[in-house]
Design a protein around this ligand. Sequence first.
Ligand code: NI
Length: 264
Amino acid sequence: MIFESHAHYDDEAFDEDREELLGSFAENGIDTVINIGASLESCRKTIALMEKYPFIYGAMGVHPSETGELDENGFQWLRECCGHKKVAAVGEIGLDYYWKEPEIPVQKKWFERQMGLAKETGLPVIIHSREAAKDTLDMMKSTHAEEIGGVIHCFSYTKEIAREYLNMGFHFGIGGVITFANAKKLKEAAAYIPMDRILLETDSPYLSPEPFRGKRNSSLNLPYIAEKIAVLKGIDREEVYAVTHENAQRLFRLGRFAETKGTD
Ligand code: NI
């Protein structure tokens, strides 16, 4: 079975056919999806999705580019959302210097606060870091991310930076970028990262793998990503599915939901 660790099915790109698409996942081998909050509104929609679909779990967080909307009230609401029984992580949170909006001190402030929320709730984090490798690492060190654990989503840095995250016990979300012809650095890093630290992700509706680059993405494209990882690792695709599934179950501790909730 396939574990999709990062998707945004609340996005309006799925308004036309969301039900039909999500309904096709089981027959395509996808048995678990983490839907990722990126703003307060998308957290609200994520809760609705995970209450409707047994196989969807949620991450609650505000993406660095959206942190301008946060204030103490919003943060308090986010904290309450983290108490929902199907919330598996705090995220996506982090730093995005490609879009320096809002300004860096604002991004940093809410990254730190949300790291604190993860520590307080005992949830792992899902980190978004774009063109901000050094500051992300510095902040992860200062907030003792190694005690929190989590995943670097859409990892796109070098092998050397991968080593730093590995030393902190972090996992790596590998998505469609691995299929791009120009992703040499990422392929090197992915070959280096041990298989037991890799999660499969799409970031749907963004970042479609080849041969669908530029089109709307969905978890149905995960086989293209798994195939690339399989080639890099010299294993077969089924093994990539099995190991990444186990990794994600362990990281997000999904076993605890079965214990407390019966059938889910
Ligand atoms: Ni995302």
